[in-house]
Design a protein around this ligand. Sequence first.
Ligand code: ZN
Length: 580
Amino acid sequence: MPVFPTSFIEQVRTSTDILDLVGNYVPLKRAGKNFKGLCPFHAEKTPSFNVSPEREIFHCFGCGQGGDAFKFLMLYEKMSFTEAVTHLAARAGISPPQRSVAPEDRERGLLVKLYEEAARLFQELLGKNPRALGYLEGRGLTRDMIEKAGFGYAPDSWSTLLDHLTRKGAKPDAIARAGLAVPRREGGGYYDRFRNRVVIPIRNESGKIVAFGGRLLGPGEPKYLNSPESPIYNKSRILYGFDIAKTAIRQTGFAILMEGYLDCIQAYQAGIEHAVACCGTSLTAAHSRLLRRYTDRVVVNFDPDAAGEAAAARSIDLLIEEGFQVSVLSLPPGKDPDRFIREEGGARYRERLEGARSFVDYLIDRSARSADITTPRGKVDFLNGVLPTLARIPNQVERVGYVSRLAERAEISDAAVVEELRRQVLARAHRVDMTPPPPDPVKPAERDLIRWLLHSPDDAPALLEDVDEEDLEGLATAPIFKAMKEVLASERLSTERVLDRLAGEAERNLLTRIALEPAPLGPRQSPRDCLNRLREQRWRRQLSRLRAKLAQGSDDDSLTAEIQSLARRIESSGRMESLN
Ligand SMILES: [Zn+2]
């Protein structure tokens, strides 16, 4: 994994002229300090795509896409982060450093090596275990596919892997940090996490093994066991098969989202390579952004049981909200993709795939099955099975486009459906960006502090340590500060990394907007001033709460004393500010 030290990434970033880079793709015109053009990421007639050479960042005020030079290439050229860094390094004539690896990168490198070695051992042991091999062949996998997917066997023993890795020089605590060993509850020491299981390597986007999924052979619990999260494995960001599927996704123009890794492997064996699966979690916004770099079309193909349908519904909602075109492939009862392909073959699956229905038709059918649309009550139930998902579609024209299909099926007027849809969209207006943005709720202290932190990552840890949960109470920027803290727990602060951790489009939009805003920082404002102002705002909130309590008749000396002390603190912090 060509993991670059952060210093190198910074060097590449600062050696790249974002204006020059973006200018190669998008015609730009100067507008004050910034440059403007038509956004390459959404269709528009008036330019809302901004590039700031000063901040080395771009942001589209139309669709909310924003980030640095790396992000631009990732979005436009569908590169991975590593590819974007490599590309821009070459462009700037910088060669990647050989030494000086950051400690967190060294740790990640070590854990990846442990997985590599573990996978090698397990693979060797699988060859010697007819029962494990028989299990896989019984699932219809060829020897060739078993090898390609990297299947292995973890023997029924407490220390086979530990002994092997420690003989190779690994320390037991590192093996435990990788999630391959578990500390004993008593007496110290460790034991192997994966025992008597067929294991499948889970790879990250660049093809490095970062976790295992394990299926127990024989009776016992749990039947399925995955590696725990670790510095190299974050299940909400890794899609099984993505390293293989990404090329095929680009070629075919869409991804197939399945439920399990065996579904994917069965599909690969049949030559259908653009399938991915979540590992032990439901689809997250981070997953959808991973897919978004390669396509905006997803076919959801989950198991045709109640649990699968519920999981499919959640994934559809999320994908719709993230602006994907979503279709649904429904297989006959009892057949997950694994079984369908095994029993009916890849060609039949491909036929089914071509007949995948738009998510709206899927939802309409699903909802119509459970509601009696001949009664008024049933019509309402029917609409409620579909409209909440429709209300998530970011584009209004597209949203309303589906109305007549719904109206026809429920045998009511288009107008009634439009009105209900409008009501539901308004009900979730805080999530769907459909109307002009409300007045900016962000206070200058929050805005300035965020910009300071992003521009002085070295000072950020000390500053952020002083920001308490209570300081952030009720602030629109609270998720941004929380994401910054998360980044700092393991990495250096950067706009990109914070963006990656923000779950909602609105929050990401807010961050690039703050980073790109033309207003300069006040000449005498230091980040400490901003912090003090946040603290002061918190005191004022507390003060008004206490005063309300007093007004309600709570008559208590300690309350009065508390109010006085808070008022004094607010007053003296105001004096400090004017002295500065
Ligand atoms: Zn845009």
